[in-house]
Write a protein that binds this ligand. Sequence first.
Ligand code: S3P
Length: 476
Amino acid sequence: MKILLIGCGFVGERAADLFHAAGHEVVGITHSPESAARLSAQKPWKALACNISAAADISDLRKQIGAVQAFIHCASSSKGGAEMYQAVYVNGMKHLLASFPEAWPLYTSSTSVYPQTDGSTVDETSSAEPTKETGRLLREAENLALDHQGAVARLAGIYGAGRSFLLKNLLEGTSGIEINEGAPEGRLINQIHADDAASALVHLVTHKLIGIYNVVDDAKITQRDCLLKLATLFSLPVPSIKPPDAARKRGWTHKHVSNSKLRNTGWSPQYPDYFSALSDDPQLAASILSLVINDQEKPLHRAENIILIGLMGSGKSTVGRIVAQKLGFQFVDTDHLITDQARCSIPEIFAREGEASFRRRESAVLRQLLGRKHTVIATGGGIITQPMNLPLLKHLGFITWLEASTELLARRTAANNERPLLRGEESPVIKLHRLIQERAPIYKSVADLRILTDELTQQESAYGVAESARLFFSKR
Ligand code: S3P
């Protein structure tokens, strides 16, 4: 199928990738020529710039690309107000329908068109008479698609790798629990992971479904419960209560949006709720933590744990156990968590699944440690090789890099055969030397403390770690 996808933003770009992967021909439209050039350089599908609010531009586009079987309008109004909505959504739809009359249209709208504030469950038959002008314009654009035997996807609040206001605001200390008389237990929120939003659009197009479909995950949760769970998971204080913001662009609502209609057509979300996405999407938590780290506005909150990093044989497990005992902390070793879950040894994982799979397991284990406190975490020497692990490590606690000379590391690691990376052709000393060259800059960049252990007993190293950590946390 030849598909015209208007708007290659957070969801549109993912949808274009999915369509392309499924063998369809995709033409992606962006507003700016710069984004079109960037996408064309990066993507296997075609990207063009076009201003959809101008009828002449759309008719030129039609001349340029010819007929298409389907078009999807998922352009954003870039934070604009009613005027922008009119131009991009309503006029944009009219121009697209006029220039591509043969195409099956899909319009991506928003669950904000449901104005309910009574905590009820709403489906596609529920009243959708928005109180805001922007909402009314969405409905007008929806009706254009419906009048042409097309589909409307009403998307809930979108989050995904690189974007989650809920988590970012919480980490930066700016979120508040919204409570008022209408919702004394907190208002219901409705969310969808961007990957699932994209898969829903692909599903609607490939099945040529007609009518309105809500695109939302399976969770029924209040903003309050979501924030409370997140606060626990990120070891943060519970946010204070604040009155609802009447100026919210999506309007203040309190309703549970049902996805049953779409689910009954065979679609299901990969991430049924926000918390399964936090544990199963390898990028979500890490990407939001790194936004906060890069923002530098507010310091990143560091959980009260101690993390030991360093090459194989640097003493992370032995020193870690002593530190845990000294401070009355628990002790975990990421390698052991991996082998417990895989029910086989590290050499077996490397042999059966390869190193990349081991690294995925290692990152997953790190995400499972979110919410821990008073724990010493000994990590595998290569945990820092995956960039997405770094913000997680930084958030999870005070990081100590245990260093030792390659000769000492080689002697210590010679005692067992559990390390597949040292079993190759190369001699262990040479391999360790190479690894330290590669990894030292990364260990250095994340460590709060580094200890050269060659001249120290393990008790002495442990003393250094424990006392430095105590000082670190007492100052925060
Ligand atoms: C590895 C180190 C090992 C283990 C795996 C890979 C590495 O952990 O995770 O064999 O890449 O350095 P230790 O550092 O605890 O030996």
